[in-house]
Every structure is written in C-alpha cells, then in structure tokens.
Write a protein of this length. Structure first.
Length: 122
C-alpha cells in the first residue's frame, strides 16, 4: 500500500478536546476504508501566513497513513464535508518510515506556538 501525509487546518475556535475528537473521526475513516494510521500529530493552534476563509489562525493536525487509493477518495470527501475543516492537503510519501522521524524536534519548540506567546515576528 502507498503512504500518504495529510495536513489539516481546523477552525481556530475549537477546543483541544474537539480537535482530538475530529482527529479520531478522520482516522477512523482511514481505517474503515482499509488503511492504517501510522502517526497522528496535533500541532495545535498556529498563525497562518495569510487569512484562509477569514481566519488568521488554525488548529493543525498531521496524519501519516497507508492505504489503497479508495481510502484517499473517501477520506478527502469527509474532509470537504466537514464544516470544521478550513483547508487540507494530502501528498504521497515515498518513504513513510523516514517521514515519521522528520518533525519531532519542531513540535517541542515553544516559539512556534501561538499559545506559548509567539506573535508571528522574528
């Protein structure tokens, strides 16, 4: 099966619990379609480079998963239907094992989080 990475930007007004629930719902769509979620990261509230649907911030979620092509079709259909989704992007990943190891150091950097006082300036 092919590997995929999807980054989802969810509505900024969602609580952490609501973001977790939506992440679990999206993950269950993947598993119901014969895929396997390898990694699920909630990056938290981040400032967007530009406004998307009138929002300057968004809750970011990253999913790494494997599955047949019909998994992607149904998963992205559910994302389009969701009112809590601002934007998403799915890309095919050649080496899923390497992709799982790329970001851990970035997630521990408090300067990247709005909730930790990041104001978007360097």
């Amino acid at each position: 099966m092919k590997g995929y990475e999807t980054v989802i930007i969810l509505h900024p007004d969602l609580t952490e619990e609501e973001v977790k629930d939506l992440t679990e719902q999206f993950s269950s769509v993947i598993t119901e379609q014969g895929g396997e979620v390898r990694k699920s990261d909630i990056w938290g509230l981040r400032k967007l480079a530009y406004k998307v649907q009138g929002h300057a911030n968004g809750n970011f979620v990253c999913l790494l998963f494997t599955g047949p092509p019909q998994t992607i079709a149904e998963f992205e259909r559910k994302l389009r239907i969701s009112e809590q989704n601002i934007r998403y992007m799915t890309v095919r990943v050649e080496d899923l094992d390497a992709a799982e190891k790329i970001r851990p150091h970035l997630l521990d950097d408090p300067t990247l989080s709005i909730r930790e006082g990041y104001n978007g300036r360097f």
